[in-house]
Design a protein around this ligand. Structure first.
Ligand code: TQI
Ligand code: ZN
Ligand code: ZN
Length: 169
């Protein structure tokens, strides 16, 4: 079953059209940006929320960046595997990914020759759930289930994810 953060934080009713921006300097390819667009689309399809990319990182509602190791928020990344990414509850909008992961952007993560390959969209869909206010779920098929077996791709929302997000919005 789905869960929420303590106090059930969510984006307020007057902030349902959210912008997202990428950390300047990360120099992300269009292919990587398309992965994030697809991940946001999974959640906008089942809520009144919309997401659009902005070039103004500092004023974006959701700020996405790839960082290595200690990056100043008290939750350092740890190199390959371990923590892959973290996102904070509403209305923080901070969405950080570990730059040291072997991110798979397109192609089949299950067939990757790299044992530590991590599917970017799988992690993005999960972290956006956190950004919107979902905690972890006890349902194994849910996007918000807290663990994943390696080299897995899971990007479709389960009924449990949809019920949780529709309770919030
Ligand atoms: N990052 C953890 C996560 O997003 C961070 C975290 C731990 C957390 N406890 C939390 C966030 C409690 C909110 C509330 O869950 S992670 C997965 C999964 C991670 C893990 O790097 O471990 C995914 C990131 F589910 F696959 F294990 C993304 Cl998809
Ligand atoms: Zn961080
Ligand atoms: Zn999580």
């Amino acid at each position: 079953h789905y869960s929420f953060f303590p106090g059930t934080p969510r984006w307020p009713a007057n902030r349902r059209d959210l912008t997202y921006g990428f950390l300047p300097g990360n120099e992300l390819t269009d292919e990587i940006k398309a992965v994030f667009a697809s991940a946001f689309q999974k959640w906008s399809a089942v809520t009144p929320l919309t997401f659009s990319q902005t070039d103004s990182f500092l004023t974006a509602d959701v700020r996405i960046g790839f960082y290595s190791g200690d990056h100043g928020d008290g939750e350092p990344f740890d190199g390959v595997l371990g923590t892959l990414a973290h996102a904070f509850s509403p209305p923080s909008g901070r969405f950080h990914l570990d730059a040291d992961e072997n991110w798979i952007v397109s192609g089949d993560v299950m067939r990757s020759a790299v044992p530590s390959a991590v599917d970017l969209e799988t992690v993005a869909v999960h972290e956006i759930g956190h950004l919107l206010g979902l905690g972890h779920s006890s349902v194994e098929d849910a996007i918000m289930y807290p663990t994943i077996t390696s080299r897995t791709r899971k990007v479709e929302l389960a009924n449990d994810d949809i019920e949780g997000i529709q309770w919030l919005y």
